[in-house]
Each structure stands twice: as structure tokens, then as C-alpha cells.
Write a protein that binds this ligand. Structure first.
Ligand code: ARG
Length: 417
């Protein structure tokens, strides 16, 4: 009987290299590796050779950058989805796509299992396994890090050396880093103390705001139906566009975030994020929506953004709710086209101008000059009827006296003799 086949999500790092060997030994299986390139600064060139050298029978490497941006990142951008109102979810958005890649290779190679290198206390294990379950209910997910015997990096290194697996110099890095084109996530080491300010070396792709140029830089971004399509007058493909903004923003120290966040598994963790392009694009996109969206739609969309972010963060990318919310979001984006000018300066992104053919800003209505066409007289009747319920209530229950005396505040305000 032929051996069972396992497809492994492989980065080429220590954990996933040890995993390849360990699965071959323990599960008596054939291992096939899959490396999805979501946009790493690190060279992925030697990865295939390393996988084969480590014992894999086959190694796949796919460039998923464009698919990542078009199918995962931009929907979340259009939704305005920021986890806990801050995190652009570069890591969270990447996992479902990597899971999809694993499933595709598993189908092609007739594998019955897929494996990932996530730990047993993070969000990523959930994202991988729920995505695999959604896309291929019959495939089994294995998480060797949850079950293997190694208790430290040193033990893993010893195992790697025993089996002739090349251990690269990167193991000296004091942080755990996950990066892709949409952002970098950094944790562990001294960052585990939330009172410690991140040392300079915790940041990978942005300069410190205080070391950034003393001169601001203006950047113009064009959106078409919520999707960024041009920077500084140049039409760009999604990958080049995001790379360009990462470079410009990174040089101005834009997109750093130091966050204590609530994980799905119930713990609080502290992570440093760097996402220059994502920060600029979320900001600019929202500014364009302020100009082009109808008020109730803008407000409703803002509420749903938090739901959308929770869903993505919590591993439910492949869910009916996400499809339903995307339908709503896409409907709102029909008029979110136009130009946003932002100003980058020492870690800040500020609005410097916006315009759109769908702008709902009407100067004739907004102006305080003689150009004004707003019907001031109409306000009188509007206010009478609008204020009628509260007026009636107070006529019945008292005339404007607060129902509860804010005694604590009054006491506080009294001068102490
Ligand atoms: N906390 C982030 C998330 O759950 C990132 C997790 C991975 N971080 C890392 N440094 N390896 O999306």
C-alpha cells in the first residue's frame, strides 16, 4: 500500500523544517511542502531545495501576492476592517489564502492531511484549520507544534542538526516575525512586557518617526469603487501600488502600531505592527467615503466594519457572513471613486485634500458666503417638529431640570475650604 501524503505549509524556517522531518518519521507519510509567497522581504529562492533536502518528496512555491491583495486585502480595505479599531490584519488575512493553497495542492497530490506550523495558543491555528474545514471538510489538519516533544528552540535545533537540516542564522532573531506585503507582525522577546517600549530592532520596515525627514511628503491616491488604482498620477498594478506606498510610508515612519490585543483563544497578547501602505490606504479610503457616502450608509458601514474585522481575525474568512457583508460593502463602493491627497510626516498621515465626481459635498449648501442656497427658513419648522418629543416630555415631567442631579460632579466642582 502506498504511503499517506501530507501537504505542509512550509516557510523554510526552523519550525516548519523540523516539522517536515518529524512528520515523515512519526506519521510514516510522504511530505509535500507548499510555500505561498505573500510578499516577503526574505528571499524565497532556496526554499524549494531546502524542503527537498529536508526530506519532502515535492516542493511547491507559489507567488500569491496579487491574489492576496485582490481577493483578501482589498475586500477588507473596502470594508474598513481594523481589528479592535487598530490592526490592519496582515497576518489574519494571509492565513485563509495559505489554507486555500494547501487544499489545492492536497487535491492535486491526493493527500489526506495538511499540516501547519502554528502554535497551540495563537489565532493562526484557528484560521488555518477552520479555513481547511470550510474548503475541504474531508481533509484532516495536523498541528505538530501542539503535539510534538520539543520543549524549546534548543531541542528543535538539536533535532535539526541530528537530521542534517540546515539551521540558518535567522534563529538568533529574538522576535517572532510574520510578514507579508500588507504588513509585519512582531512579538516575543522583550516585547512580552507591555511596559517595555519596543527597541529599535523590533521594527523591520519603517524608520523611527523621529529619524524621518523633517520635510513632509504629499502623496495622491486614486480609488475606483473603493480600490486603489493609482499613486501620484501613475496607474499601478496592485502589487506595485502597495509596494510603492510601503516604501514611501516606511521612509516617513508611517504605520507603526504597538497593540495589546484580545486573541480568540482568550488571552491578551502584545504585538508590534508595521504596515505603511495599509495604514495610508485605510486612512485615505475612509476619507474618500466621508466625501462620497450617504450619511446612513456611512454610519451603518462603520458599525459593520467592526463585525467584519472580528470575523476575519477570528478565522471565519470562508463563511456565509463574510460573503453577505461583502455584498453590502460592494454595493456601497459604487460611488467611492476619486482622489485623496495625504501628507506624510514623521509617523503621521494627514488629509491634505479630496475630490470625487461622486462628492456629496455641495459648496452652495455648505458655504457661509452670499453664494449660499441653503433654505435657512426651512430650519425653523424642522427644529419645531424634530424637538417636539423632548419638548413634550419636559412639559409633562418638569421644565429642563435634569431628572438626576449629578451630585458627584457638583461636589467635585465645589472649592475645598
Ligand atoms: N496577532 C496577530 C494576529 O493574530 C499576528 C500573529 C502572528 N504574529 C507573529 N509575530 N508571528 O493576526
Amino acid at each position: 500500500m502506498s504511503k499517506e501524503r501530507i501537504v505542509v505549509a512550509y516557510s523554510g524556517g526552523l519550525d516548519t523544517s523540523v516539522m517536515v522531518r518529524w512528520l515523515i518519521e512519526r506519521k510514516n507519510a510522504e511530505v509535500i511542502t507548499f510555500t505561498g509567497d505573500l510578499g516577503h522581504s526574505r528571499e524565497l529562492k532556496g526554499v524549494k531545495e531546502k524542503a527537498i533536502h529536508t526530506g519532502a518528496v515535492k516542493a511547491y512555491v507559489s507567488d500569491l501576492k496579487r491574489e492576496f491583495l485582490e481577493e483578501y486585502v482589498f475586500p477588507a480595505l473596502k470594508a474598513g476592517a481594523l481589528y479592535e479599531e487598530a490592526y490592519v490584519m496582515a497576518t489574519s488575512l494571509g492565513r485563509p489564502l495559505l489554507a486555500k493553497g494547501l487544499v489545492e495542492i492536497a487535491r492535486k497530490e491526493g493527500a489526506t492531511m495538511v499540516a501547519h506550523g502554528c502554535t497551540g495558543k495563537g489565532n493562526d491555528q484557528v484560521r488555518f484549520e477552520v479555513s481547511v474545514a470550510a474548503l475541504a471538510p474531508d481533509l484532516q489538519s495536523i498541528a505538530p507544534l501542539r503535539e510534538w516533544e520539543f520543549k524549546s528552540r534548543e531541542e528543535e535545533i538539536a533535532y535539526a542538526q541530528k537530521h542534517g537540516i540546515p539551521v540558518s542564522a535567522t534563529i538568533k532573531n529574538p522576535y517572532s516575525i510574520d510578514e507579508n506585503i500588507w504588513g509585519t507582525s512582531v512579538e516575543c522577546g522583550v516585547l512580552e512586557d507591555p511596559m517595555v517600549e519596543p527597541p529599535a530592532d523590533a521594527y523591520q520596515r519603517t524608520v523611527a518617526p523621529e529619524l524621518a525627514p523633517a520635510k513632509p511628503e504629499y502623496v495622491e491616491i486614486v480609488f475606483e469603487q473603493g480600490i486603489p488604482v493609482a499613486v501620484n498620477g501613475k496607474q499601478l498594478d496592485p502589487v506595485t501600488l502597495v509596494q510603492t506606498l510601503n516604501e514611501i510610508g516606511g521612509a516617513h515612519g508611517v504605520g507603526r502600531l504597538d497593540l495589546v490585543e484580545n486573541r480568540l483563544v482568550g488571552i491578551k497578547s502584545r504585538e508590534i505592527y508595521e504596515a505603511p501602505a495599509a495604514t495610508i490606504l485605510h486612512f485615505a479610503h475612509t476619507e474618500l467615503e466621508r466625501l462620497t457616502l450617504d450619511k446612513p450608509v456611512f454610519h451603518m458601514k462603520h458599525q459593520l466594519a467592526a463585525e467584519y474585522a472580528n470575523m476575519v481575525y477570528n478565522g471565519l474568512w470562508f463563511s456565509p457572513l463574510r460573503s453577505a457583508l461583502d455584498a453590502f460593502v460592494n454595493e456601497t463602493q459604487r460611488t467611492v471613486s476619486g482622489l485623496v491627497r495625504v501628507k506624510l510626516y514623521r509617523g503621521r498621515v494627514d488629509i491634505a485634500g479630496r475630490s470625487s465626481a461622486h462628492s456629496l459635498y455641495n459648496t452652495k449648501l455648505a458655504t457661509y458666503t452670499e453664494e449660499d442656497t441653503f433654505d435657512h427658513q426651512a430650519s425653523k419648522g424642522f427644529i419645531t417638529i424634530y424637538g417636539l418629543p423632548v419638548k413634550t416630555y419636559n412639559q409633562v415631567n418638569g421644565s429642563g431640570v435634569p431628572l438626576q442631579t449629578p451630585s458627584a460632579l457638583i461636589a467635585e466642582a465645589e472649592p475645598v475650604a
